[in-house]
Design a protein around this ligand. Sequence first.
Ligand code: SF4
Ligand code: SF4
Length: 99
Amino acid sequence: MTPNTLSAYTRGGTPWIPTYVESIDPRRCIGCGRCFKVCSRAVLALVEREASESLEEDDDWDDDAETTALMTVRDPMDCIGCGACGRTCPKGCFTFSTP
Ligand code: SF4
Ligand code: SF4
């Protein structure tokens, strides 16, 4: 049986539209890893930030935060569209798409 993303439902029978991860803004990401921890799939990967990649200036974050790492979308086809990564991100890095 072929999965149909347009006919997703909650257990209670309420129609539910997945929000699939589209991209992560490298200029905003501080490499905190929160999104990785909440993702139940192998979608995201933390990588070393290239020296040439600058971090967007922002004073509302702790200066001690790790900034040498960068979260990336490793396997977007494994995303189930739960949206948890975006909800936990303190920097609003994520963009999503719907089916
Ligand atoms: S939407 Fe869900 S499954 Fe997809 S990357 Fe985010 S946390 Fe993982
Ligand atoms: S939660 Fe946001 S800031 Fe933290 S690693 Fe993920 S994308 Fe980057």
